[in-house]
Design a protein around this ligand. Structure first.
Ligand code: GAL
Length: 659
């Protein structure tokens, strides 16, 4: 409390002891106080089966401890040593076409493999016994980014585990046949043994089977996590977590089911320059991580000081950019900021990945940026422990993501995350912070609930959303929502089945647009990707299509339902159109805007214990001004009514209560 931790991954296995000592001295200089070690330690710790070599790890832990640095201790199991995959090739995972994925990279293990679990758990037991009560231990770091590469394994061991999982879920084979719609294309099963994972096929595969395979795969790795955690708890009272990958390109784990099992939520985030707006995605990921943390502070477990090495074009960070990125995470609830990694590797697959300490050493812009960041985190330390206020909830679902991006769907150009990002971005541009919540969340505290592209929704969640509106809530639903139930079965009678009544509309058919084609709406906005033949039942029309395949048909509607209001958006609006619509909806719901314009600026409040902090992070080039009175912790200056933040700058104001 009262401080924001600064941390990093450290891989001392790659360096000699004289480097360790120099590193720890520099860590102190940089104010690093939490270091993750032993993430990829297995082949060093257990060089041969059952032979453990802890001397180096002992020495590193003592060195960190002597320097007042706490340890975020990896269990070391993320990548198996060569002796294991050589003696037991059955632990290797298989791709959808049945081909083996060999060692030589990392994470080459099948999540269901009993042999892998047995060997990994033996290592965890040794590590937990040895360090479980060490005074330097702050946190356990189970494996690393579980499922980053091996989430979907199609080997025979996984196939058998999938069958077991299906038996538990459905009980009877007939129930499974119904759930998967196996009357279609002669897929009816007579026995569990006939079922396979959705391996590569000649045509479109059964979509319900694919969604269940995703569910199974997420559960299987969570079960693995539980296995390691149980061992740690038997030997240690330190909190346990693993690093999530709430980031644009990873989607294989349903973190809503994982989150309750973490003692603290930790996320890894890297700017993805393949996206149109990487910084807006950062804000989204931070909000989603806070959602997983149930609003409590969370740990940014990894970010890059500069470039990564795994995108096609790896852009570095301009001076000030790392600070802005970091404060965006802090503004949205992070209380610890860690990097991958401390010292840039000289060898191996990540030798071109940036680090806090670059190849060129300390006489570098990168190192000075680290010191600058450290000073800024010290200056704002008092925000730790406060939480983020939000009047708006955005419903997000991994399960629906898997289902919505089926192999055969109305438009391959409609991607779930794009639609979610567009909605979130519009709110962010208005200075509206939203909590990102699961479809099963309690919505009663929110003034507005936003449901972008929620293709799959269960009855209970759909009813809860409907009741929320009836009780006076405001709702915005965007197209391709409420289409199927949890079995991926169409909700018949007109789209958007689950939300037809609350929205007061009925759609007969979808009319997607070719990429690059646009439609004009009567309110001047432009739509792309999607239109639909929609009729209002009880809703009123806010805007219709002027052209395209459905001229005159409503594109935006508004329905008064019970004591609340429900809006529907049936196309993908351009950014300005989306922002205008969001402003309309938000103001109608009496939600406060921190700003009205667009512009690439974060404006977020953290509050708690009677204190209030306004974060303004200006990612743009022009100065911005916000009404604020109090003290700017970054510049250590009084703010008397207006906070001015230069282009590229940041401000964090401890606000004085209005007189
Ligand atoms: C993460 C991983 C780290 C490192 C980093 C590079 O996926 O946990 O070990 O590989 O990416 O960006």
């Amino acid at each position: 409390m009262n401080s924001i931790r600064l941390g990093c991954d450290y891989n001392p296995e790659q360096w000699t002891p004289d480097v360790w000592r120099a590193d720890v001295a520099l860590m102190r200089e940089a104010g690093v106080d939490l270091v993750a070690i032993n993430i990829f330690g297995w082949s060093s710790l257990e060089p041969a089966p059952g032979q453990y070599a802890f001397d180096d790890l002992d020495e590193i832990i003592e060195l960190l401890h002597a320097n007042g640095i706490r340890v975020n201790l990896g269990t070391g199991t993320s990548s198996p040593p060569p002796w294991l995959t050589t003696r037991h090739p059955e632990v290797l995972p298989a791709a959808a076409d049945g081909t083996t994925r060999y060692p030589g990279g990392r994470q080459a293990w099948c999540p269901s493999s009993p042999v892998f679990r047995d060997r990994a758990f033996a290592l965890v037991r040794e590590v937990a016994r040895r360090y479980g009560e060490h005074p330097a231990l702050a946190l356990w770091h189970v494996s690393n980014e579980l499922g980053c590469h091996n989430a979907l394994c199609y080997c025979e061991t996984s196939a058998e585990a999938f069958r077991t999982w299906l038996r538990r879920r459905y009980g009877k084979i007939e129930t499974l046949n119904e759930a998967w719609g196996t009357s279609f294309w002669s897929q009816r099963y007579g026995d569990w043994a006939e079922i396979q994972p959705p391996r590569a096929a000649l045509s479109v595969r059964n979509p319900a089977q694919i969604v269940d395979f995703h569910r199974f795969s997420s559960d299987e790795l969570l079960d693995y996590y539980r296995g390691e955690t149980a061992i740690l708890r038997a030997h240690s009272s330190a909190p346990v977590t693993t690093n999530f990958m709430v980031t644009a390109h990873i989607r294989n784990l349903d973190y809503w089911s994982w989150a309750p099992e973490m003692d603290v939520i930790a996320n890894d985030h890297y700017l993805d320059h393949r996206l149109g707006d990487p910084v807006a995605e950062l804000s989204f990921a931070a909000d989603l991580t806070r959602g997983l943390a149930g609003g409590r502070p969370w740990i940014l477990m990894e970010q890059a000081a500069g470039a990564v090495n795994w995108q096609p074009h790896n852009l570095t960070k301009a001076p000030g950019e790392m600070l802005r990125n970091t404060l965006t995470h802090v503004a949205r609830g992070a209380d610890s900021i860690c990097f991958f990694q401390w010292r840039a590797s000289a060898q191996g697959a990540e030798k071109f990945h940036s680090a806090m300490l670059p190849h060129a050493g300390t006489d570098t812009v990168a190192w000075r940026e680290v010191l600058r960041l450290s000073a800024a985190l010290d200056a704002i330390g008092e925000v730790a422990g406060t939480t983020v206020d939000a009047d708006v909830a955005l419903i997000f679902s991994w399960e629906s993501w898997w289902a919505a991006e089926g192999e055969a769907r109305p438009s391959q150009a409609v991607e779930y995350l794009d639609q979610v990002h567009a909605t979130h971005r519009a709110l962010r541009e208005l200075g509206v912070t939203c909590d990102i919540v699961s479809p099963d969340a309690d919505l009663s505290g929110y003034r507005l609930v936003v449901v972008p592209c929620l293709y799959m929704v269960g009855d209970v969640a759909a009813e809860r959303i409907t009741e929320y509106v009836a009780a006076g809530g405001h709702l915005l639903v965007t197209f391709f929502s409420g289409i199927v139930d949890e079995r991926d079965r169409i909700r018949l009678g007109g789209y958007p089945g689950a939300f037809r009544d609350v929205l007061g509309v009925r759609t007969e058919e979808f009319a997607p647009l070719k990429p690059g084609h646009e439609v004009t709406l009567t309110n001047g906005a432009t739509g792309a990707l999607w239109t639909e033949r929609l009729r209002t039942t009880t809703a009123s029309t806010v805007a219709s299509y002027l052209d395209g395949p459905l001229p005159g048909i409503p594109a935006i509607t508004r329905n008064e339902f019970g004591d609340g209001v429900a809006w529907y958006l049936a196309t993908s609006l351009d950014a300005r159109g989306m922002r205008d619509m969001a402003r309309n909806v938000v103001q109608n719901a009496a939600v406060d805007l921190l700003k009205e314009d667009g512009g690439d600026v974060e404006a977020v409040r953290r509050t708690g214990d009677g204190r209030s902090y306004l974060f303004v992070v200006n990612h743009g080039v022009n100065p911005v001004e916000y009404p604020a009175t109090g003290h700017n912790l970054i510049t250590d200056e009084r703010v008397g009514g207006t906070l001015r933040v230069e282009g590229g700058g940041v401000g964090v104001v401890r606000e004085e209560a209005p007189a």
